[in-house]
Design a protein around this ligand. Structure first.
Ligand code: NAP
Length: 250
């Protein structure tokens, strides 16, 4: 496989870390972007220990200035990026009547503004190369989920954003696709467990009962689909959303 330079946001842990490790094992150099640069060291070290190339870059994806300097660093330290995985995400769950405008802005800011800023900054390198792969993290919550008006709107928005990128950038050899995970075991879902007063393991077991394959998802389940989307042979797969949820519904 041709070595490309990939950027994975929110890759210090969870799904982003699994995608970063998987793309590195597929032969790509990987920029591990997260809010706190120190937090990226575990993912970066794991990639290097396995013989891959990686750098950790601290940046808030919702901050245009920090995004620009993060991309400059990636270009200087790894080369021009032509794979982008917009994975960084946060939750600020609450029922609509209790949700604040700050909860709304924070969630749309990281997911949608963050994906927009990162993609706008990286697409120029993809267009120059005549090749690119964009993978955006949506969610089954895009179909609607109690307590997640902000997150559901952001994750549905990621799908419209992805399809528009596919239409605009396809002619430049750039594809854009989205993954909509179901319930995946990460710190994000562990914090949801604690918020509703449950032990994470009990919560995971409870959620698994509703999933047709009889288990909760793991970050590597998502990384496998990201790995497919960025392959050379996926060049005709464009503007798609794959639900990776252990079954057909959320
Ligand atoms: P996670 O464990 O909470 O990891 C998210 C990472 O993103 C954290 O390292 C976080 O840093 C980072 N981050 C947050 N805001 C950021 C920002 N503004 N700039 C850069 N990095 C930022 O989450 P996850 O479960 O792996 O989820 C990854 C993605 O999959 C998210 O987009 C999520 O919405 C989506 N997803 C997850 C599930 C699931 O069940 N887990 C299901 C569907 C979709 P801090 O720790 O410093 O905040």
């Amino acid at each position: 496989m041709t070595e490309r330079v990939a950027i994975v946001t929110g890759a210090a842990r969870g799904i982003g870390a699994a995608i970063a490790r998987r793309l590195a094992s597929d032969g790509h150099a990987v920029a591990v972007v997260d809010l706190d640069e120190a937090a990226t060291s575990e993912t970066v070290e794991a990639i290097r220990a396995a013989g891959g190339r990686a750098v950790g870059v601290g940046a808030d994806v919702a901050d245009e200035t920090l995004v620009a300097s993060a991309i400059e660093r990636v270009v200087a330290e790894l080369g021009a990026p032509t794979i982008l995985v917009n994975n960084a995400g946060i939750l600020r769950d609450n029922l609509l009547f209790k949700m604040t405008a700050d909860d709304w802005d924070a969630v749309l800011g990281v997911h949608l503004r963050g994906a927009f800023l990162m993609t706008k900054a990286v697409q120029a390198h993809m267009v120059d190369a005549g090749w690119g792969r964009i993978v955006n993290l949506s969610s089954t919550s895009a179909l609607g989920n109690r307590g997640q008006a902000n997150y559901a709107a952001a994750k549905a928005g990621m799908q419209g954003f992805t399809k528009t990128l596919a239409i605009e950038l396809g002619r430049f050899g750039v594809t854009a696709n989205a993954i909509a995970p179901g319930f995946i075991v990460t710190e994000m879902t562990a914090s949801t467990a604690r918020r509703v007063g449950m032990e994470p393991d009990d919560f995971f077991a409870l959620m698994a009962k509703e999933i047709p394959v009889g288990r909760a998802g793991e970050p590597d389940d998502i990384a496998a689909v990201a790995s497919f989307f960025v392959r050379e042979e996926a060049s005709f797969t464009n503007g798609q959303v794959i639900y990776v949820a252990g079954g057909p519904r959320a």
